[in-house]
Design a protein around this ligand. Structure first.
Ligand code: GAP
Length: 492
């Protein structure tokens, strides 16, 4: 059985502080939809900005923003209309639906049967049906028999305008917007290969069994980067990067035929675990991002090379980034060599040539993609940041400074007009200097420390009667609870 929401380390803080919560709660909720509260949203935005500073600023991708409703033709071209399905089976007694590959995956995981887990990836519908029977797997709720497996389409379908035949879908990935815009952007911005285009935005999938908080939801945010290149010069990294030192960076990596261990990125290339330097750059960019998010310990993450049978329909090689959480290893990102599948398909169905001139010859660029799920990443961060805090008596979040919701909490020691005035001055000064901070006045100081710790605020400033005399404040450190005295002017 899968762990429930409450069994994750993240759950109690998430629930108590409303970092995110089921949407439409007053109507009893609808599975797979979550809203973010103010603290969760601040953390989410900061994570997004770390991604932006890595993929936009370091890698040099151009960021765009494309529509979330996509006409059918685009998704016929991409292959989603024909193939974006999951195998589904219904209980013949109570009607509960199950995603059969996940049902079998959970069964083999509970038995720690890694061979069957690998074999599972190769099974078609008939093969999976046989396994359900062989293992006597029935409905989790009422033990009823499960029906024949059918394909369930994962896209949300809609009508554009008044014409019934004008069909559209909510986009299942942000990437297609980038492929469709590529030729125009290339021309308008006089781009040269290799070139990277990225976007952050919502994606939608009608998941059969959404579960585990933000892990499998029906509406989520992706951060995707597509690097377009000519395969003949794929070994040349971006010219803007003066150094290739990044190839010496070490990563925790699980090749499809070996145990996970630490490799340099250069070794991954030499051993052909990854296809080219652009793919290598994506691995390095994700590693840099993990460092800033406090997740780069090799006990926490692994890059896993997918087997042939696991590859999506468009991919010629994939490496997933998995993060270890209360729910086991979570796939948080996929780096894929999409070849020129998408551009060729869009060219075919639109009737427009999508080629560019590179070194005097026409090419349909190939693509390496780094696709990251923001909500899953956020869940993984929270889940890995919870500290039990037995000695201080409350749970708290050891968040990286790059993503904390506020850098400072500001407290007047007591309910006193002069202290409040001083605390307000400190708060205004911090805000003026673009340092994030909030003020809390009610409750004991201990309670206010606890509330700040819980959401990962690294420093709490207390204004006391000394402050009124000499403009010094107490600063308490979230991680070791130590307190030091500092002048207000030294805070910025
Ligand atoms: N453009 C490639 C693509 O969409 P994907 O592996 O299907 O690839 C990329 O999705 C990432 O999006 C995943 O690694 C995951 O983090 C996130 N994701 C996918 N489906 C999700 C869901 N139902 N709920 C939350 N996140 C999801």
């Amino acid at each position: 059985m899968q762990k429930t929401d409450k069994e994750s380390k993240a759950y109690s803080i998430v629930e108590r502080r409303g970092l995110y919560y089921p949407a439409f709660d007053i109507y009893s909720g609808v599975g797979g939809f979550y809203d973010y509260g103010p603290i969760g949203l601040r953390i989410k935005r900061n994570v997004e900005n770390v991604w932006r500073e890595t993929f936009i600023d370091w890698l040099g991708a151009l960021e765009i923003d494309t529509t979330t409703i996509v006409p059918e033709k685009v998704l016929i071209a991409s292959g989603h209309v024909a193939t974006f399905t999951d195998p589904i089976s219904k209980c013949k007694k109570c009607g509960t639906s199950y995603r059969v590959d996940k049902l079998l995956e959970e069964f083999y995981e509970s038995k720690k049967d890694t061979n069957s887990l690998i074999e599972l990836k190769k099974l078609d519908k008939k093969g999976m049906e046989k396994k359900l029977l062989e293992h006597g797997i029935t409905c989790e709720k009422c033990k009823g028999e499960l029906s024949q497996i059918e394909d369930f389409h994962l896209m949300f379908k809609l009508q554009i305008g008044q014409e019934k035949e004008n069909i559209g879908y909510l986009r299942p990935e942000t990437a297609q917007g980038i492929f469709v815009d590529f030729k125009n952007l290339y021309k308008i911005y006089s781009l040269k290969l290799p070139t990277a285009i990225a976007q952050v935005g919502k994606a939608y999938r009608n998941e059969i069994s959404p579960r585990q908080q933000l892990v499998r939801v029906r509406e989520f945010t992706q951060m995707e980067t597509e690097i377009f290149f000519d395969p003949e010069d794929a070994q040349d990294a971006f010219n803007s990067l003066e150094t290739e030192q990044f190839l010496d960076a070490k990563v925790n990596f699980a090749p499809h035929d070996e145990k996970e261990s630490v490799f340099s990125i250069r070794e991954l290339l030499l051993k052909k675990y990854i296809p080219n330097k652009l793919f290598a750059m994506c691995i390095y960019a994700e590693l840099k991002m993990l460092e800033r998010l406090g997740l780069s310990n090799k006990e926490i993450y692994v890059f896993r090379q997918l087997q042939k049978e696991e590859l999506p329909h468009y991919s010629n090689g994939n490496v997933d980034l998995e993060i270890k959480t209360s729910y086991g290893n979570l796939e948080v990102s996929g780096i894929a060599y999409r070849t020129n599948y998408d551009l060729s398909q869009h060219s075919k169905l639109s009737g427009k040539e999508i080629t560019v001139l590179n070194n005097g010859k026409k090419v349909t660029p190939h693509v390496v993609e780094a696709s990251i799920g923001l909500d899953r990443l956020l869940f993984s961060i929270i889940d890995n940041s919870v500290e039990e805090g037995k000695e201080r008596g409350w749970e708290w979040l050891k968040l990286s400074n790059d993503i904390v919701p506020y850098k400072y909490a500001v407290f007047p020691l007591q309910n006193d007009e002069d202290l409040e005035k001083k605390a307000n001055e400190v708060l205004s000064m911090l805000k003026k200097n673009k340092i994030s901070a909030y003020m809390a006045k009610s409750g004991s100081i201990g309670k206010r420390y606890a509330r700040a710790d819980e959401i990962g605020v690294p420093f709490a400033i207390t204004c006391d009667y000394e402050t009124l005399k000499d403009n010094s404040v107490t600063i308490r450190n979230r991680d070791n609870t130590e307190q030091i005295r500092k002048k207000i002017s030294e805070l910025i």
